[in-house]
Design a protein around this ligand. Structure first.
Ligand SMILES: [Zn+2]
Length: 434
């Protein structure tokens, strides 16, 4: 690792954390101008492009000597909120304690932005230019509320500025161990969302005489019970099948594989099982608006996540398997968004694999589907040939440690991983753009 890269990445992340970019409202402009100045000074052509004045997106470009592939390093600088009273260190301090940098966004995802920008700056400053192609650094706003002013806006209104062949974004990269071997997840795909409502009907009445009405809320009880105790059958798509093969498990029998994961380390199952099929999570319930009125209708909202390649038919199969035939209740679908993904094999994947083998001998990578979604979705939609992966390599802080800290109190990152990741972004740019 270049000696000062970890130090420079750490300093950069401290500065980024100290900009309060909680979204809403975001107000990312000051943070983006700070990054723009650093990138410009190193030799990048920088543009700030925004739908609204206070929330510009940043596109920084380093052109090569000849035509070739465009590699984009993507990040978002907005964060979710933080309640300082729940934290051991102020969430906007960027304080270093116990070997970690603390602050909102340290993991999601100012840490990655700092590593990408520090890598890009160090390359440009020392005179490196792509032999072929271009290096892009893209820092967007507004990811945490869906990307309407950020990645979605940028890819739809300025596709020529951000078109890329390879894209690195958030969603994977933390190490985990399975049966004595370290694996790094490469997020190749993201699930879709098909939210729906389960509605039951009854007859209103005065709550003082319960048997005069027909209480719709009580009819939800057996349905909730089924959601608590049953789950849809696994439907393995390409990435989770490759994930299981990568762990030495048999994708033809996912239930047996899950049992072996559970036996090896129970923490693996909640992290990875959602990749293996449709999930149904009840989140909101509503019934009577008055405490003394028996509800004539009750509604239960279910957040349903669907692997890319599967759609509403898979949701119907899951509902049938968990709730049974649609008798005594109604299903109303919200808008559905299908997930998307990139090919598992590519030059980018080879570069990632090669880098991991060189830095962590004996370790390997496995593809992952993210249960939620990221801005990669917008890039894949806008540029169908773009290979977009989530990869922010972390060796010292494992997936078990980082997962509960994202969007939570005491979010922090091991500073050694800032240097580790920045080294990766430097090396991958040199590898792909030569
Ligand atoms: Zn994020």
């Amino acid at each position: 690792m270049p000696a000062d890269l970890q130090h420079e990445t750490t300093e950069l992340l401290q500065r980024l954390v100290r900009f309060d970019t909680v979204n809403p409202p975001g107000n990312e402009r000051a943070c983006q101008e700070f990054l723009a100045a650093r990138l410009e000074a190193a030799g990048f052509e920088v543009e700030l492009l925004g739908a609204v004045e206070e929330r510009p997106n940043l596109v920084a470009r380093l052109r090569g000597a000849a035509d070739g592939p465009v590699l984009g390093l993507l990040g978002h600088v907005d964060t979710v909120l933080a309640k300082p009273q729940e934290w051991r260190h102020d969430p906007w301090s960027g304080e270093i304690a116990d070997g970690c940098l603390w602050g909102r966004g340290a993991l999601d995802m100012k840490g990655q932005v700092a590593a990408e920008v520090a890598a890009a700056i160090s390359l440009a400053r020392e005179g490196w230019r792509p032999q072929r192609g271009e290096l892009l650094v893209i820092s967007v706003v507004d990811e945490e509320t869906g990307g309407e002013l950020g990645a979605q806006w940028l890819t739809e209104t300025h596709p020529d500025r951000v078109r890329c062949d390879y894209l690195l974004n958030e969603g994977g990269g933390e190490v985990f161990e399975y049966r004595g071997r370290r694996r790094y997840g490469v997020c190749t795909a993201e699930k879709g969302v098909f939210r729906f409502t389960i509605a039951t009907d009854g007859v209103a009445g005065h709550a003082s005489q319960p048997k005069l009405g027909d209480n719709a809320l009580l009819k939800l009880a057996p349905l909730l019970e089924r959601l608590a105790t049953r789950q849809p059958a696994y439907e393995l798509t390409e990435a989770p099948a490759a994930f299981l093969r990568g762990l030495g498990e048999d994708p033809a029998d996912p239930a047996a594989a899950v049992a072996r994961l559970e036996a090896a380390d129970p923490r693996l199952v909640p992290l990875f099982e959602p990749m293996f099929g449709v999930t149904l999570t009840p989140t909101k319930v509503s019934a009577s608006e008055k405490v003394n009125v028996i509800p004539s209708e009750a509604r239960l909202t279910v957040d349903c996540r669907v692997p890319p390649g599967l759609g509403e038919a898979a949701v119907r199969r899951a509902i049938d398997a968990v709730l049974g035939p649609e008798e005594g209740f109604r299903i109303e679908f919200d808008t559905g968004i299908e997930g998307n993904g990139s090919p598992l094999g590519s030059r980018l994947r080879e570069a990632i694999n090669g880098w991991i083998e060189s830095q962590d001998p004996g370790a390997g990578t496995v593809p992952l589907i993210l249960p939620g979604f990221t801005d990669s979705r917008h890039f894949r939609a806008a540029f169908p040939d773009c290979v977009a992966y989530g990869f922010f390599p972390q060796l010292h802080q494992s997936r078990f440690e980082t997962a509960p800290l994202v969007h939570s109190a005491d979010e922090r990152i091991d500073v050694r991983d800032l240097g580790f990741a920045a080294t990766f972004y430097r090396d991958v740019a040199r590898e792909l753009l030569r």
